[in-house]
Ligand binder design. Structure first.
Ligand code: B12
Ligand code: SF4
Length: 590
């Protein structure tokens, strides 16, 4: 098992951060560990259709990273690889939170931090053993999922290698280099899922180790991708002083900090002297009740003070706000846009509160029947996926985009030039373009949310036609008869076919599929686990209509029973289909 390919899938949905070409550090660190152990490693980022498939298919094993918003893409890639017999290990944030779901699409899964488990897992598989005692590993045994206990002690950050970013195929086009100095965060904000994976104990790398890494990046822009860069101000100051003393001249650096960092003059001065050009601050809200509800442990006065003090030191601010708490109204959103303008924040992100699956926040909303969609690709902070308390889902969606548009309007583009220089102009110009692009491309979602109430599936106008040709999905005495179930739930259209279908029946199904409108559904799921074809011709007719549908709907997901069925239906044309942007193939093991 020498050739290992690692993949960070990107979402096909439109969102602002999609255009940032910076990887998360998990795969570069794991890849470097494997390389040091003698493996041939390559890392790719991209949507399924953009990946170099010949290289993926030649790998002895592929590791795939997940976040919630990108998991669908990850599952699709995994499904295609496994259909070709390439073993898949899946890991990352989303897989950690919903291992039962993610393991459906992989051979192995690692929950939580993987630096002490991934290499041992590969070595165990190489000698043909089962990973019974490797912490955090989940796997299949006799068609049952086995989930080993999680790693007991978190990884010691000084034992980690410096990530070798040349393993990535796009290193040369990376504008900003990610560097991580710590993991874990002592705070406990209710909406955050980071602490569940990396813990609340703050773990820091040695200053010497970080400086060694930074010397590789002289003249470059750095993003410290710690969740809370200055959580331990003493250590942060030591690092910044070290950067100044050792003469590492970066082009600039940015980091995520809390408002507390602004209270420390010495820290601010060192940040500026060591080249800090921008801070990303989780302001979250200017609604005191919301800040309290988030357990953010900061006030609106703290936010104003932080903005003033960072600006006094000539450091730009990217203000991160989240809308949709149970105490938020339309007014909260509008007032936040005014607040950001008045306080002259340099750039902003107005996100929609997102309940990441299986977090306590998600489980609470689920129990209250407020989850609107389980299409995880919409869990990207840009889409309303739950029923808010004091405003409609549509209002939350539209007002958030409106507020972004207001901030990133042409009249605001130059406003901060005298305060923080040209950087803010560039960010605001980019923001202007991205916000408008996002608004245009996401109108379908506003339409979907319009008038939508949780738990109330809308009637399917097309249903009657299918029923006429194929009969209801009631228990049938004749097992050979084709049974069709067509339902719509929360913007997803489900078509389930069971029984034996001949060419004529499938030609009818084709007509129905042709009538589906892209604007109406976020996704079409066709489940053919129980479908058999009366002839090769029937399979060909059906395969063609799926192909066409794949080019027309926003996203098509085909659930098949096993690899065998994939070969029969799609065997010859699989390569071609991989280029279809909207096609997803899910292979159900059970
Ligand atoms: C840097 C960063 C970004 C960057 C780069 C993003 C990118 N390429 O994805 C930017 C700023 C662009 C960004 C944008 C967004 N981000 Co971001 N981001 C981060 C951040 C701060 C650090 C990532 C990192 O390097 N982590 C450290 C490494 C070591 O962790 P890791 O990659 O997860 O890997 C470890 C394990 O997960 C596991 N593992 C991971 N993959 C694999 C694969 C295999 C095979 C195995 C075995 C193990 C394994 O092992 C690794 C080592 O222990 C994280 C927070 C965090 N602490 O992780 C948020 C985070 C990943 N982002 C998040 C989100 C929501 C977003 C956005 C949707 C928007 C937003 N609201 O900010 C966008 C979407 C971007 C996208 N590409 O789709 C969430 C994801 C939550 C979730 N459940 O999915 C996080 C966790 C933050 C949070 N507060 O919740 N982000
Ligand atoms: S401060 Fe940031 S990383 Fe820490 S719990 Fe709150 S949101 Fe999460």
């Amino acid at each position: 098992m020498k050739r290992i390919v690692l993949v960070e899938p990107q979402s096909k949905e439109d969102h602002v951060y999609k255009h940032v070409r910076m990887p998360r550090l998990g795969l570069p660190i794991l890849g470097t560990q494997l390389k040091e152990a003698g493996y041939d490693v390559k890392i790719f980022m991209g949507t399924g259709d953009a990946l170099p498939w010949p290289q993926l298919l030649q790998a002895d094993l592929v590791g795939i990273s997940t976040t919630t918003a990108t998991c669908r893409e990850a599952y699709q890639i995994a499904g295609n690889l496994r259909a070709h017999g390439v073993p898949v290990v899946i890991g990352g944030m989303h897989a950690t939170f919903v291992p039962e779901e993610a393991l459906q699409f992989a051979d192995y899964l690692i929950r939580g931090e993987a630096e002490l488990s991934f290499l041992p897992l590969i070595q165990t598989l190489e000698v043909g053993l089962t990973p019974t005692d490797i912490p955090g590993v989940s796997y299949w045994k006799d068609n049952q999922q086995i989930h080993n206990d999680l790693l007991k002690t978190p990884v010691d950050m000084d034992t980690l290698p410096i990530p070798d970013l040349t393993l990535l195929d796009r290193t040369s086009s990376m504008h900003t280099i990610p560097v991580m100095t710590s993991r874990g965060c002592p705070y406990d904000c209710t909406f955050c899922c980071v602490t569940e994976v990396f813990g609340r104990r703050y773990r820091h790398r040695s200053t010497a180790g970080i400086l060694e890494e930074l010397t590789r990046y002289r003249g470059k822009s750095i993003f410290f991708c710690d969740d809370n860069f200055a959580a331990n101000p003493k250590l942060t100051k030591e690092l910044l002083q070290g950067m100044i003393n050792s003469g590492i001249k970066l082009k600039g650096w940015g980091a995520q900090v809390r408002v507390d960092a602004a209270r420390d003059d010495e820290l601010l001065a060192l940040m500026k002297r060591s080249g800090c050009s921008i801070v990303y601050i989780g302001f979250e809200s200017i609604n005191p009740a919301t800040l309290e509800g988030y357990n953010k442990q900061q006030t609106v006065a703290d936010i104003e003070e932080a903005i003033r003090r960072f600006h006094d030191h000539g450091i730009r601010i990217h203000g991160m706000f989240v809308f949709g708490a149970d105490t938020d109204t339309v007014e909260t959103i509008r007032q936040t846009a005014s607040f950001a303008e008045q306080n002259r924040i340099d750039s902003i992100q107005f996100m929609i509160l997102t309940p990441f699956p299986n977090t306590p926040f998600y489980n609470k909303l689920e129990a209250e029947g407020r989850i609107l969609t389980r299409d995880w690709s919409l869990y990207d902070g840009h889409h309303t996926v739950f029923q808010p308390a004091l405003l409609s889902p549509e209002a939350l969606q539209i007002e958030t985009v409106k507020a972004m548009k207001r901030f990133y309007s042409p009249k605001n583009i130059w406003r901060n030039l005298p305060l923080t220089g040209f950087g803010s102009v560039i960010h605001r110009t980019i923001g202007w373009g991205l916000t408008r692009h996002f608004e245009r491309r996401n109108r379908w979602y506003n339409n979907l949310l319009r008038g939508k109430q949780p738990g109330e599936p809308r009637p399917v106008a097309l249903l009657y036609r299918l029923l006429k040709t194929a009969g209801k999905d009631e228990p049938q005495t004749d097992a050979r008869r084709l049974k069709v179930l067509l339902t719509e739930h929360k913007g997803i259209l489900y078509l389930k076919l069971r029984g034996i279908a001949d060419k004529l029946q499938l030609a009818e199904v084709k007509i129905i599929l042709q009538g589906l409108s892209k604007e109406r559904y976020s996704q079409v799921v066709v489940n053919i686990e129980g479908l058999r074809f009366a002839s090769d011709k029937a399979a060909a007719v059906f395969s063609k209509s799926l192909e066409r549908l794949g080019t027309r709907v926003r996203r098509l997901q085909v659930v098949v029973a096993a690899e065998k069925q994939v070969g029969y239906l799609f065997g010859k044309g699989l390569k071609k289909r991989l280029r279809l942007k909207r096609f997803e193939l899910l292979i159900n093991r059970a």
